[in-house]
Design a protein around this ligand. Sequence first.
Ligand code: ZN
Length: 348
Amino acid sequence: MRQTALVVEEAGRLALREMEVEESLGPGDARIRLHTVGICGSDIHYYLHGRIGPFVVREPMVLGHEAAGTVLEVGDQVTSLKPGDRVCMEPGIPDPASRASREGRYNLDPAVRFWATPPVHGVLRPTVIHPEAFTFKLPETVSFAEGAMVEPLAVGMHAATKAAIRPGDSAVVLGAGPIGMVTTLAALAGGCALVILSDLQQPKLDLAATLGPVVAVNAARDDLPAVVRRLTDGWGADIVFECSGSAKAASGVFDLICPGGRVVYVGMPPAPIAFDVIAAQVKEARIETVFRYAHVYPRALALMGSGKINVKPLITDTFAFADSIAAFEFAAALPPASVKAQILVDAG
Ligand code: ZN
């Protein structure tokens, strides 16, 4: 099917143009009209650099994987969806028969097909066909814009789950970009009594301070380890979520945790980082990592639907589909007061 799509032609070059995307409606699929698509750090990376690690843009590829829309049509065997349903979609489809899937870790299936990860097209285009099993109805109170935030929120939820939060824990979140913000929301919803969020950009910290019991620390100005000690009776935080991807921040995490504390590496550093094994050992730190998420959408939507998580403050900038290229240029040079930019593929 030919549709107008936002395409990365090669590193540094975008086009909003007609594109042939081959798809057919299988018995277990839904055809969905896209409404809102968020711009993710990975989309920006493919635009600017044409690759992320081993994934290289070799053919023009449609960008976008944070999506919500409306069901247009369903296959014969679909039972949970009907035309008109408002939905959001999980962008990665694993092989259900793979060993990783059968072990409940389908995010680690090497065969997973993930939108806007070469060679799989993304969804900055009018329609997409997607399996029912990876398509989730939005609660009535959840808008399309919020629905398109479930994808990044799922990463924060997965990180909170890996941290094994106990009610009343204290957490430090390093980095107030979209992933740091959604991890903060997930940590609070998961039972943390306090999140100490650190970043270098004051406008982002000001926004973060409105999200709940959050102490926002400007690491350019304040001594983060000293703040953490002061707020934890000198003991250290139960959990550190490293969401900045910064080598400096990521190597200092063991100064921030309490004895027996947990560290979750969420942000992806652009290059390998060193960490101090002894600093981790003397606290018997437990170290966790996350890669995307596995079956977190229903829980994320439940938290949004009940009002326990509100992602609206994070959606700072909205662009029309016709302005998609400008939207990417904006997001690539994101101003300090902005967190998440989204594109309205269909404002109807
Ligand atoms: Zn994303």
